[in-house]
Design a binder for this molecule. Sequence first.
Ligand code: HEM
Length: 257
Amino acid sequence: MSWLAKLRQSRVYQSIFRVPILKDRRHKVLVILSTFVLHVHPVTIPRYALRLRHTWCMGGLAFFLFLVEVVTGVLLMFYYRPVPGMAYQDMWELRSSVTFGIFREVHRWAAHAMVIVVILHMLRVFLTGSYRPPREFNWVIGVALLVLTLLLSFTGYLLPWDQLSLWAATVGTNMVAASPFVGCEGPGSQWITWHGSPLITRQSDLRYFLLGSSQIDDVALNRFYVWHCIGLPILMTFLCALHFWRVRKDGRISGPL
Ligand code: HEM
């Protein structure tokens, strides 16, 4: 008996892959439906869904780039310290003297590529009319994914803590301060009051929440770091899972027009 046959007969193997993997189609369907690891795959895929001409492969590529960002980002976390006075130096050393510091460049370039690829994916969904029923809710999830991609890109841009970062943080958070209702300088914020005194002030608006202070300092860098490395990636993972599940439940990806 070959080692493969022995492995397939072992208890460990059979506890994971409950149904023997046989070559005929009915058995393949059974294996996919009853195995946790394989149930992520659809049982059947229409031929057009594999054509590059139809999907441009942009959705899959966007997800691949997200995975690249997660892996390289975790490696960067071993080295980078989100403290003013160290952040820029750490980033610089990652580029020049740290072993495998190339991951920093990969992280940065993959981030730029992800923004472009997600926009191209949205364009292909739009051009194929795939935003129409029954996929309208998945389009809405997609818009949230686009916003998350841009927020990840923005928060990452601030982490080197150089002049570009400081001014990007200044402009970005001033825009938040000027946003309707949530920013202290935005229209409508003066209407939100409690016992006659305004609720949305310089010390309580969304800008303050983002910076953790009324100015851009070490607290702000820490907040951006936590959003970038924990908050936003968790939200992104959850929404990607929902997005892929909806693709399946909406009757797989749309066919050619
Ligand atoms: C991180 C960002 C995103 C990832 C990882 C992602 C991933 C995917 C994947 C893998 C598919 C199936 C294959 C394909 O169509 O390429 C898909 C389909 C879809 N996506 Fe996205 N997507 C993202 C962002 C967006 C955005 C920004 C929108 C639109 C605003 C969107 C709307 C849709 C819709 C409506 C479908 C179904 C298309 C169809 O049935 O033909 N997605 N997405």
